[in-house]
Design a protein around this ligand. Structure first.
Ligand code: ADP
Ligand code: MG
Length: 457
């Protein structure tokens, strides 16, 4: 039940792995009982996520002091409360695997099934997409694309800040076209993942197959292209795919956090291609639209939240629809936990406890502590000049995090780790950075470590 809050802080794959089929059954004298499907999950939650879960629970109900984990499937209330977070779950979904949880037939279950062929999440449709002046242009452009794919607005380039509905909109186009014609070949791909595929193909010498995969489609949706702009090789690869599709009048849809001219590393030839199509921005929704979005969400989640609480949320959270949704989820969860109707006062507390959680100050010490704890090695082992295989990887990760989180210089990183040369530090950071592109598991581990770093007091 707490899990929507937790999900905000844990990446999707690990959330799916460890939290599906878990739920809170009841809270008794400050002890929350979490049911888990098996002993394996129980152990993991206890060992790796206990603090995170406790934190999350406390954020919604300060009375909770401890958690006990019990093996059993959630039923009734448990299942219902889990459905709450499926929206979040689905949104976080990045990999094309298809997962279905339980056999509840409520609409929310649909969220979990992402078609591995298209990568589209069926949750993102126009039915649930609120249109206001902030996204009117982008929405209208999307509608034209649906009417005449591959002709007038090609490519369609949608840009705007994070959490304002770009992914929702561009996936809705794919879902809609697919609905109208099931043989239409759609492929949605986040740029980061696309790059991962290229790296992998280069490694396995399967570039030809990959090219094929992307040239044989009717609609390509590339999300968050700003990431691709960081590497020439990737842009080059994308350019060829782009042209191959474009020449055959296949539709291309691109999203970014900023307009093409503001992506400084974007190659000229790609930029002019984009500028030859349709460019539409998504701005910030006004108060009435934010309220309408909240109301739409409560309807899809089939919950009732007092109007004044919704108004309060819409007033306070103005810059990001995802945050708006997150706050709504926390409030729903909190009111279920306390079984009292949510008041504006309660909502205020919940929002401020979340917003007040400060980005803690990062230090080398914290990074080293978190990494060594995570991998069950001592700080000494991490720092000393040992080449034992099981400390090499953690050490590289610690170096990487010092670079990423603290912007430490390479010589100072080398210095910290047993007086190593700065080239060792560079090598480690690069290695981890590259590996991250293709290795989901590593991605996951580093996320969890980051969480530790920021959560430790
Ligand atoms: P972006 O890709 O711009 O970062 P998303 O598309 O992921 O944003 O949207 C964040 C969340 O807000 C999603 O859960 C999405 O469903 C919701 N959302 C965004 N825009 C709208 C909208 N216009 N109507 C309803 N929900 C929206
Ligand atoms: Mg997005």
């Amino acid at each position: 039940m707490c899990l929507s809050k937790i999900e905000l802080d844990i990446s999707r794959p690990s959330f799916l792995t460890w939290f599906q089929e878990t739920g809170i059954t009841h809270v008794d004298e400050g002890v929350a009982t979490v049911c888990v499907p098996n002993a394996f999950v129980k152990e993991w939650l206890q060992n790796k996520f206990h603090k995170t879960i406790l934190h999350a629970l406390r954020a919604v109900s300060a009375d909770i002091k401890d958690i006990q984990y019990v093996i059993s499937r959630p039923e009734g209330g448990g299942v219902k409360s889990l459905a709450l977070m499926h929206g979040e779950l689905a949104r976080r979904r990045r990999s094309p695997a298809s997962v279905s949880v339980g056999d509840d037939d409520s609409g929310s279950m649909k969220d979990l099934t992402v078609d591995p062929l298209t990568n589209l999440n069926p949750r993102y449709t126009f039915d649930t997409f609120v249109v206001g002046s902030f996204n009117e242009l982008a929405h209208a452009a999307a509608q034209s694309v649906i009417k005449n794919p591959g002709t007038s607005y090609n490519p369609l380039f949608i840009y705007g800040d994070v959490g304002l509905g770009k992914t929702h909109l561009i996936q809705a186009i794919g879902n809609d076209l697919l609905d109208k014609n099931s043989s239409y070949k759609v492929r949605y791909i986040p740029a980061e993942k696309y790059m991962g595929e290229i790296v992998e193909a280069l490694k396995n010498q399967s570039m030809q197959q990959l090219k094929h995969k992307y040239r044989d489609i009717d609609l390509l949706i590339l999300d968050d292209i700003q990431f691709i702009a960081r590497t020439e090789k990737m842009q080059e690869e994308f350019f060829h795919t782009f042209n191959a599709l474009y020449e055959r009048n296949k539709q291309i849809i691109i999203s970014s956090d900023r307009p093409p001219h503001a992506i400084s590393t974007l190659e000229q030839r790609l930029r002019s291609r984009f500028e030859g199509g349709m460019i539409a921005d998504v701005g910030l929704p006004d108060f009435e639209t934010r309220l309408l979005i909240l109301k739409t969400k409560t309807e899809t989640k089939r919950v009732t939240v007092p109007e004044e609480v919704l108004r309060h949320l819409a007033e306070k959270i103005t810059k990001n629809i995802r945050d708006l949704e997150g706050a709504l989820n926390r409030i729903i969860v909190a009111s279920k936990l306390s079984s009292a109707p949510m008041s504006v006062e309660g909502a205020r507390k919940i929002i401020s406890s979340h917003a007040a959680a400060p980005k803690k100050f990062v230090s080398a010490k914290k990074i080293i502590k978190a990494v060594s704890e995570f991998y069950d090695i001592t700080e000494g082992e991490l720092l000393r000049r040992s080449r034992k295989q099981d400390v090499v990887k953690p050490r590289q990760i610690a170096m990487y995090l010092m670079r990423e989180e603290m912007k430490s210089s390479f010589p100072s990183i080398g210095e910290k780790f047993g007086g190593r040369d700065h080239t060792t530090a560079i090598h480690s950071c690069e290695k981890v950075g590259k590996e991250l592109l293709i290795n989901q598991e590593l991605h996951e581990e580093i996320r969890l470590i980051r969480e530790k770093i920021f959560q430790e007091t």
